[in-house]
Design a binder for this molecule. Structure first.
Ligand code: SF4
Length: 372
């Protein structure tokens, strides 16, 4: 299959790993931003193909994982109300809130439904004018345009029984926070291919320049990721810090301008709390005032709900690449995908779930992986 088979070709992948091994003369710590990239690395064992000089750490790019606990609690509070039909992506149903999750609200008789796009949520709202239909709109810049479209369309149709509990986050402010941290060890980033498909990579130039750090926008197949690592190692060995684009078949410099305009017409940039990390200034999107009637946080007055993370969960360090999932004392024991204690174990893109699924919880892998 075009753009799949050639990017999974074993000979190409082995050749890229060998090229990296030849070029790396010292240790380099690299972070992949996206949860989808983390899963490819784990699934294909790419980290084990790389020379010991290259250490991959996993970033905060899992949308479910960084959705703050209070947003989950707000969703649960709204979904529990009579007359509400709550619609969400399936992953979010199992994310633990402070005391229960959306799946338990559903089991208790709440009208909680799984959808695969915000367009489906609109269909539910059209079909059930007697219900208040609330969509949980989370994610990075990747999902924001489609969610913006749903709100824009609801207003155009006068669909006043539809609203969105929006919790959108932006990648560049999170990278800036990581690079500003006193414990940062990351020397190069594999940029988020899906996010950059929407946003382009212009906005990563300031980060690269300010922190003298190379950033290579990367794809999601094994050869994509190893080529991105190779490009980063080339830069680091040469002492360069530039933004390069490995994922050129999907990403352009400017990105998808109509999608960006749609986002900007519906959302505005705001401070946003990230699960485990805390508030990052100007790192989120909220609905503009003119769309307040479609903002579930305001409609249902749940903005005052706050929550604290469970003390055992070290997702903050995991999401910042400071620790690996296997460093968590409850990983694979009290915390498993069947019984998750934190969001990184729930989501299909979470680092903890990736380590668990691809058997990095066995003794030999722990010995190999070590602490971050
Ligand atoms: S293993 Fe579970 S408790 Fe530990 S960091 Fe991951 S999600 Fe949190």
């Amino acid at each position: 299959m075009k753009y799949i088979d050639e990017y999974r070709d074993e000979h190409i992948v082995q050749a890229l790993a060998a090229q990296i091994a030849r070029r790396a003369t010292q240790h380099w710590s690299l972070m992949e931003i996206c949860g989808g990239q983390t899963h490819t690395i784990m699934r294909y064992g790419l980290d084990e193909l790389l020379p010991d000089a290259i250490r991959l750490v996993h970033g905060p790019g899992c949308p479910v994982c960084v959705t703050p606990l209070e947003t989950v609690d707000q969703a649960i509070a709204i979904a529990s109300l009579p007359g509400v039909t709550f619609v969400s992506y399936g992953d979010m149903l199992r994310v633990p809130g402070s005391s229960l999750d959306l799946l338990r609200v559903k089991a208790g008789g709440g009208d909680v439904r799984v959808v695969y796009s915000p367009v489906e949520a609109l269909k539910v709202a059209r079909a059930r004018p007697d219900r208040k239909v609330v969509f949980l709109g989370i994610g990075f810049e990747t999902t924001a345009p489609a969610n913006a479209m749903a709100v824009w369309e609801a207003r155009r149709e006068g669909l006043d029984n539809f609203s969105m509990l929006a919790s959108h986050v932006l990648v560049p402010p999170a990278i800036r926070l990581l690079l500003s941290g006193p414990h940062n060890q990351v020397q190069g980033f594999i940029g988020p291919g899906h996010v950059c498909t929407v946003m382009g990579y212009r906005q990563y130039e300031a980060l690269s320049r300010d922190f003298h750090v190379p950033i290579v926008v990367g794809g999601f197949e094994p050869a994509d990721l190893l080529e991105a690592v190779s490009m980063l190692v080339e830069q680091l060995e040469d002492g360069r810090a530039e933004v390069e684009n490995q994922y050129a078949r999907s990403v352009s410099y400017e990105g998808n301008l109509p999608a960006q305009r749609l986002m900007e017409s519906v959302f505005e940039v705001s401070d946003r709390k990230w699960r485990g990390i805390g508030v990052i200034p100007q790192s989120g999107l909220r609905l503009r005032e003119e769309f307040a009637a479609y903002d579930a946080e305001r409609v249902f007055r749940v903005g005052q709900i706050t929550a604290d993370e469970p003390p055992e969960c070290i997702s903050a360090e995991v999401l910042q690449g400071l620790k690996r999932p296997t460093d968590c004392p409850v990983f694979g024991g009290r915390c498993t995908p069947e019984n998750p204690m934190g969001a990184p174990m729930v989501s299909g893109e979470g680092a903890c779930a990736a380590y668990y699924r691809y058997r990095r919880h066995t003794a030999s892998h722990q010995a190999h992986g070590g602490a971050a």
